[in-house]
Design a protein around this ligand. Structure first.
Ligand code: DX5
Ligand code: ZN
Length: 214
């Protein structure tokens, strides 16, 4: 099975975001990864609802919304209305984990749950059966262009052991060089920002990252 590639627009030129998203779609991106940051859960602020809504109008591929915000339950319905297909939030960001997962489902969307590099993947076991995707962060969330944390490979393997039927997405520092290892560890979806936007040929970059076949 080939991995899916979900390019992160965090590395895009925001002054021409529509064009950048259409280019990703034309270059073979499977999904578009939208990093929403609130300046509280992570020390950075990116974009929110109106931007997701605008992207929804200019591409047909699924929007993979990664919420790096405190108390994500406050915004689930709004991101669902804005056009998110998958809504992923952080275990560390809320006390209402089960409620938030159920809320995402009640909006008819896929629910993803993520853990930061220092949070063990086993922390997700109480919520087994309530999520459709696990997002393993392979850098500290907040910024694009960081180095892949090697211990993430074991975490991906562990995620596949614990939740064999749940797709695992990997986000942070993945590039054409390490994508194969990431896929072999068990990743089903790979997020890449700087490796795609920094490449001279977007289609070739996506293809190389997807090349980590299993
Ligand atoms: C980090 C974000 C990632 C990031 C990936 O907090 O969640 O999606 O943009 O960027 P690269 O691929 O450059 O590490
Ligand atoms: Zn992300």
């Amino acid at each position: 099975m080939k991995v899916l590639v979900s390019p992160s627009i965090l590395s895009a030129d925001f002054s021409r975001l529509g064009y950048e998203c259409q280019t990703l779609e034309r270059c073979g991106a499977d999904w578009i990864h939208c990093d929403v940051m609130d300046g509280r859960f992570v020390p950075n602020i990116t974009f929110g609802l109106p931007v997701v809504q605008s992207i929804r109008k200019c591409v047909a591929i699924p929007l993979d919304v990664h919420l790096m915000i405190e108390e994500p339950e406050r915004y689930v319905e709004k991101f669902a209305e804005a056009g998110a297909d998958t809504i992923t939030f952080h275990l560390e960001a809320t006390k209402k984990v089960s409620e938030t997962l159920r809320l995402i489902h009640s909006c008819g969307k896929k629910a993803g749950i993520s853990v930061k590099p220092n949070t063990p993947i086993g922390s997700l076991t109480p919520y087994r059966g309530l999520f459709d995707m696990v997002l393993v962060m392979s850098v500290e969330p907040g910024f694009g262009g960081q180095e892949f944390i090697p211990a993430s490979l074991d975490k991906i393997r562990r995620a596949k052991q614990l939740f064999p039927n749940v797709p695992v997405e990997v986000d942070g520092g993945v590039n054409a060089e390490n994508a194969r290892q990431v896929a072999e560890a068990g990743a089903d979806i790979i997020v890449a920002g700087s490796a795609i936007f920094g490449a001279p040929d977007c289609a070739a970059a996506i293809k190389k990252i997807r090349g980590g076949s299993k």
